[in-house]
Write a protein that binds this ligand. Structure first.
Ligand SMILES: [Zn+2]
Length: 125
């Protein structure tokens, strides 16, 4: 249940940053990150309630971006059409598996970098 651990560390981080007080924070969950959004939201709400915290937040799924090392093209999960639903779920649960079947939609190279979509970030307006 690392959603709970993540929720706790997000809250602790926000609490230690005075500039985030009274702001509505945005939590960006990487598309390739192994986080269940519903469990995470539930954990956030429960922990905030326990702490009587005034933190307001929203959750945004951060789309994964890949960059081909052959042709330089940047591409998204939605462009990789050959994947099956099962593969998508594998990606969700085991980010490392992305390397096993993702390839550049332009030149078919399997030599690519994950530019974003793996991390969890906090931002605010
Ligand atoms: Zn390419």
């Amino acid at each position: 249940m690392h959603e709970w651990a993540l929720a706790e560390s997000v809250i602790k981080t926000v609490e230690t940053k005075p500039e985030l007080k009274n702001k509505k924070i945005k939590i960006l969950l990487g598309e390739l990150q192994d986080i269940d959004e519903e469990i995470f939201r539930f954990a956030m709400d429960e922990l905030l309630k326990q702490r009587e915290s005034q933190i307001k937040y929203s959750i945004v799924v951060d789309e994964a971006v890949f960059k081909c090392n052959e042709c330089g093209r940047e591409f998204f999960m939605s462009e990789i059409t050959k994947k099956s639903k099962a593969q998508r779920e594998n990606i969700h649960f085991i980010p490392e598996m992305v390397k096993a079947f993702v390839k550049c939609p332009v030149c078919d190279s399997i030599d690519f970098d994950i530019v974003k979509g793996r991390g969890v970030m906090i931002s605010y307006d």
